[in-house]
Design a protein around this ligand. Structure first.
Ligand SMILES: NC(=O)c1ccc[n+]([C@@H]2O[C@H](COP(=O)([O-])OP(=O)(O)OC[C@H]3O[C@@H](n4cnc5c(N)ncnc54)[C@H](O)[C@@H]3O)[C@@H](O)[C@H]2O)c1
Length: 425
C-alpha cells in the first residue's frame, strides 16, 4: 500500500489550522483551503489568524510549509487525505445548519482522486456521515474512496491537553475506512485512538460529551441560584463535594455558556432525535437554564442598584471580557454579547474591555475601564482580570462588582468595602 503523505484541510479555523500545523510538523505535505480570503492572505503572509499561545507556537514551527488557498478544489485534487473542519452551527430556529459541510463535501466529490481518505472532524449529529456526506461523495466520478468520522476534541487555550495529547475516537463507513483513518491519526496523535464499530457511534460520542458538559453546567447554575437565596456559597459547597473521591465531578456556575460547541451541539441531537421520534426534555431544560444566565447576572446588579435607589439606566458599568472563555479570542455565542445587549437595552453607559479582542473594546485598557466605571460585571476570567490588583478597584471608587466567573477574591473585595456578588456566592 502506498504511503499516504499529503493532506488537505478544509476550513482553517480553531480546529482546522491546528490540525494543519500538526500534519506539517509530522512531515505531511499540507494543503489548506478556506473560503475566507482574508484568512488565507494572513496565513500566506506568515501571520497566525487566531490568538492562541499553543497555535501560534505550532504555526511558527511550520512557517512556509502550509500551502493555502481559497480554491477548495485546488487543495483537494492532489491530496491523499482530506479532512473537513468547517463550522456546523444552528440557524435561528436552533436547527442544524449543514450548508458549509454540504458545500465542502461537494468540492471534495468533484475534485478528489481515486482512493482518497475523507475524514470529517466537524461535530455532526448521528447519521450525518452516512445520510448526508456519503451520498454527495457517491456522485463523484471517483470509484473508490474511504470515509470516516473522527470528531475533534480540541479545547482551545488548554495548555495541558493540546491537540496531539487528546485521545480520539474513530468510526468508518466500513472496516477499510476505519483502519486507514486509524493509521493516519496514529502518526500525528500521541494519545489513545479508539476505533468504534460505526460512524454513528463516533458522531454520538462527541455530541454526548458536549451535552454532558452543558447539562452539568446547567445543574450547577441552578444550584447556584438556589444556594444564593439560602445564603450559601456554591464555591464552598463544590469544594466540599469534590472531596468525595468517586461519583462527583466538579462543574462551576457562571454568567453563561458560549463558544461554537457546548451551546450548539445539544441542538444537533435534540433536532435529529425529534426527527426519528424521540423528544429530549432534559437537554432542552439544560439549554434553557444556561441561556438564562446572562439575564440572571444583570439582575444581580440591578437588584443591588435598586436597594441603593439607583437605576441601571445611565449607570456607568464596566464589562470585563468579551470572549466566551478565558485567554482565547473567540467571541462566538459569548454570554458577554448577551450581557451587553441587555445592558444597552436598559440604557446603561458601558465601558467594555477585552485584552484579546481590543477591536471590539471601547476603552484602551483595564485602567481606563476602572477609571470610567462605577460598577463592574466580570464576564470572562482572563488572567489579566483574575490577577488584577484589587486595590485599584478601591482607588477607582468601584461600588459594586458582579463576578460572573467567581474568579476574584471575594473576602479581599469585601474587605475593601466594595459590594461583591458572584454567581451563587
Ligand atoms: N472551536 C472549538 O473549540 C471546537 C472544538 C471541537 C470541535 N469543533 C467543531 O469543529 C468544527 C469547526 O469549528 P471551528 O471552531 O474550527 O470553526 P471556525 O469558524 O473557527 O473555522 C471554520 C473555518 O471554515 C471556513 N469555512 C466555512 N465554510 C466553508 C466552506 N464551505 N469551505 C471551506 N471553508 C469554509 C471558515 O471561513 C472558517 O475559517 C465545528 O463543527 C465545531 O463544532 C470546534
Amino acid at each position: 500500500m502506498k504511503m499516504q503523505n499529503s493532506v488537505a484541510i478544509i476550513g482553517l479555523g480553531y480546529i482546522g489550522l491546528p490540525v494543519a500545523c500538526l500534519c506539517a510538523i509530522y512531515g505531511y505535505k499540507v494543503y489548506g483551503a478556506d473560503i475566507d480570503k482574508n484568512k488565507i492572505d494572513l496565513i500566506k503572509k506568515g501571520t497566525c489568524p487566531i490568538k492562541d499561545d499553543y497555535l501560534e507556537d505550532q504555526f511558527k514551527k511550520v512557517k512556509g510549509k502550509l500551502n493555502v488557498t481559497d480554491n477548495l478544489k485546488e487543495a483537494i485534487k492532489d491530496a491523499d487525505i482530506v479532512i473537513i473542519c468547517v463550522p456546523t452551527p444552528v440557524d435561528k430556529n436552533y436547527t442544524p445548519d449543514l450548508t458549509a459541510l454540504r458545500s465542502a463535501t461537494a468540492s471534495v466529490s468533484e475534485a478528489m482522486k481515486e482512493n482518497t481518505l475523507i475524514i470529517i472532524e466537524s461535530t455532526i449529529f448521528p447519521g450525518t456521515t452516512e445520510e448526508i456526506v456519503l451520498p454527495i461523495l457517491e456522485e463523484s466520478n471517483v470509484k473508490n474512496f474511504y470515509l470516516a468520522h473522527c470528531p475533534e476534541r480540541i479545547d482551545p487555550g488548554n495548555k495541558n491537553f493540546t491537540l496531539e495529547r487528546i485521545p480520539r475516537v474513530i468510526g468508518g463507513i466500513n472496516k477499510d475506512s476505519s483502519i486507514k483513518a486509524y493509521k493516519f491519526y496514529e502518526k500525528i496523535i500521541n494519545a489513545a485512538i479508539i476505533e468504534l464499530s460505526s460512524v454513528k457511534a463516533a458522531e454520538a460520542t462527541k455530541i454526548m460529551e458536549n451535552t454532558f458538559r452543558d447539562i452539568n453546567i446547567a445543574f450547577i447554575n441552578e444550584m447556584a441560584k438556589s444556594f444564593d437565596k439560602a445564603g450559601i456559597d456554591i464555591m464552598e459547597v463544590i469544594k466540599g463535594a469534590n472531596t468525595k473521591p468517586f461519583a462527583f465531578k466538579a462543574h462551576y456556575p457562571g454568567v453563561g455558556v458560549g463558544g461554537h460547541c457546548i451551546p450548539i451541539d445539544p441542538y444537533y441531537l435534540i433536532s435529529k432525535a425529534k426527527q426519528i421520534g424521540f423528544d429530549h426534555d432534559f437537554l432542552i431544560l439544560a439549554r434553557k437554564i444556561n441561556e438564562s444566565m446572562p439575564v440572571y447576572t444583570v439582575e444581580l446588579l440591578e437588584n443591588k442598584l435598586k436597594k441603593l435607589d439607583e437605576s441601571i439606566e445611565g449607570a456607568k458599568i464596566g464589562v470585563l471580557g468579551l470572549t466566551y472563555k478565558a485567554d482565547v479570542d473567540d467571541v462566538r455565542e459569548s454570554p458577554a454579547l448577551k450581557v451587553i445587549d441587555i445592558l444597552k437595552e436598559k440604557k446603561a453607559e458601558l465601558f467594555i474591555f477585552d485584552p484579546y479582542v481590543k477591536e471590539k473594546s471601547n476603552v484602551k485598557d483595564l485602567n481606563e475601564l476602572l477609571e470610567k466605571s462605577d460598577y463592574i460585571i466580570l464576564v470572562t476570567d482572563h488572567k489579566e482580570f483574575k490577577n488584577m490588583d484589587l486595590d485599584k478597584l478601591k482607588e477607582n471608587k468601584i461600588k459594586i462588582i458582579i463576578d460572573g466567573r467567581n474568579c476574584l477574591d471575594k473576602e479581599k473585595i469585601k474587605g475593601l468595602k466594595i459590594d461583591y456578588h458572584g454567581i451563587g456566592r
